[in-house]
Design a protein around this ligand. Structure first.
Ligand code: HEM
Length: 450
């Protein structure tokens, strides 16, 4: 039933695309056959597109990527971006691709599904039962445990004065967190090698295991054994996502493939983006020691004496506003998904005329951007997108970045490896589904003298 409604929505989308043809935005000069494809071939397509828009003075431009038409809105005026967020990007171009059809079963996930009844129901399910703020809160103990394990590993390195590959550490943290959210602790006992021979990364292993179907039947079995009709729903407990989906499968008429596709969104949507945001933020803090010190002072004064790690309660009871300002500034300066959502381009967003400088103060009270938040209503600042297709994992994402960053700056002082200068820290980007820093972030943790 759901597959049929996804197909209908796709046909409707094609009709809408055809109807739109007679009122297209202006288009820069294009090559025959290729159209504007050459602008996406370089290493940083979002930067080439920004240059193209500036060169032709276009706030909203029509691009042709081979046979596929697309529109891109630029920073200068909020109106075209609002228009894109609310209308143009309600569906996804990738919805018609063979890859999405095979990997995401239709696609039956919410990230790639075309706009329509299936996507609406699936999005409702995910935002109500898996990624709601209540569920994210219920998951705080698990998040704290995972962060605590990373701090313990850094402490071992600090004890012997070794450097750590912070980027790598952050990526394995976000992998572990996603695996834990989806399938609880079972992934630890498995190890990546058993799940997918030769796989080194747990997310790949876990995603592979999900796709081949191993994880779901195991959980189904456990769920059926444990299930008690009188038990409360998993929304307010830290039940893993497979368990939650099993508890609502009849209500939503979900097939096994649809459940797998929805779970894969957590791997595809959450892991790389979270790691990239944390890596960019730590790198910026290293380049701006004054900001690092100010943030450390704020976080350290809020953690009770003798307490080893920062807990979520320390952050939510008395939200440290400079921590939030630092995260917002990092999201402003480094758009990790600049092309996923055509209406969003943080890489080219200028709030107060100093776009390349890392100045979190703009986001604190009295600052020029103090009124901007990340919830998609301020069209100059859309790190999670906006409108109906905005990021479904925004609560999960913000909670994770806050807790991890607070702990990294609370538990350690950070130095550059010997002979390296923080002023030369390379901030070059590497393009991908998620934009990340090109170079490794090698730093030396020191236990602070409190
Ligand atoms: C700080 C980290 C993150 C950033 C910067 C980010 C950013 C984004 C952006 C820009 C979009 C496209 C929005 C649009 O088209 O308007 C998106 C979509 C999405 N994100 Fe995130 N995201 C993050 C973390 C996460 C996490 C942790 C999850 C899941 C656990 C997630 C799941 C999704 C999903 C499912 C979509 C597709 C929504 C739809 O099409 O209906 N994201 N994200």
């Amino acid at each position: 039933r759901l597959f049929r409604s996804a197909k209908r929505a796709m046909e409707q989308q094609q009709d809408d695309d055809e109807n739109l043809h007679h009122r297209l935005p202006p288009s820069p000069p294009a090559l025959p056959v290729l159209g504007h494809l050459q602008h996406l071939v370089g290493s940083l397509p979002h930067v080439s597109l920004r240059r193209l828009a500036t060169k032709h003075g276009l706030d909203l431009m029509m691009l042709r990527l081979g046979a596929m038409p697309g529109a891109r809105a630029c920073r200068r005026r909020a109106r075209p971006r609002r228009c894109c967020a609310r209308t143009t990007t309600c569906s996804r171009p990738g919805a018609h691709s063979l890859a999405a059809e095979i990997i995401l079963y239709g696609p039956s996930d919410i990230g790639f599904a075309p706009h329509g009844e299936y996507w609406r129901q699936a999005r409702k399910l995910v935002t109500t039962h898996l990624l709601s703020s209540m569920k994210v809160q219920a998951f705080s103990l698990a998040r704290e445990e995972e962060v605590g394990m990373v701090m313990a590993r850094i402490r071992e390195a600090a004890a012997v004065g070794a450097e750590v590959d912070v980027g790598d550490l952050l990526r394995s943290f976000t992998n572990d967190l996603a695996c834990r959210a989806v399938m609880d602790k079972s992934f630890r006992s498995e190890g990546p090698e058993q799940a997918v021979p030769g796989a080194r990364r747990r997310d790949v292993a876990a995603a592979g295991r999900l796709q081949r179907g191993g994880a779901l039947p195991d959980h189904e079995h456990k769920y059926d054994e444990q299930h008690d009709d009188t038990s409360a729903s998993g929304d307010t407990r830290d039940d893993d996502f497979i368990h939650v989906l099993l508890s609502v499968r009849d209500e939503y008429g979900l097939t096994r493939d649809q459940m797998k596709a929805l779970l894969l969104d957590v791997f595809f949507g959450g892991i790389e983006s979270l790691a990239a945001v944390l890596d960019f933020t730590m790198a910026e803090l290293m380049r701006w020691p004054r900001i690092m010190k100010k943030l450390q002072a704020e976080v350290r004064t809020r953690v009770p004496e003798g307490q080893e790690f920062v807990t979520e309660a320390d952050l939510t009871d008395n939200t440290p506003c400079y921590l939030i300002a630092v995260i917002k500034e990092s999201l402003r300066l480094h758009a990790v998904t600049p092309l996923l959502a055509p209406h969003m381009s943080m890489a080219s967003c200028s709030i107060d005329g100093t776009p390349k400088e890392f100045v979190p103060e703009r986001f604190v009270d009295g600052g020029s951007a103090a009124h901007l938040n990340v919830s998609g209503n301020d069209f100059q600042f859309l790190p999670f997108g906006s409108g109906r297709r905005m990021c479904a994992g925004i609560n999960f994402g913000m909670a994770t970045v806050q807790l991890m960053l607070a702990n990294l700056v609370h538990c350690f002082d950070w130095e550059m490896p010997e002979g390296e200068d923080r002023r030369h820290l390379d901030m070059s980007e590497m393009f991908g589904l998620v934009v990340r820093r090109k170079e490794k972030l090698l730093l030396v943790p020191k236990l602070p003298r409190l």
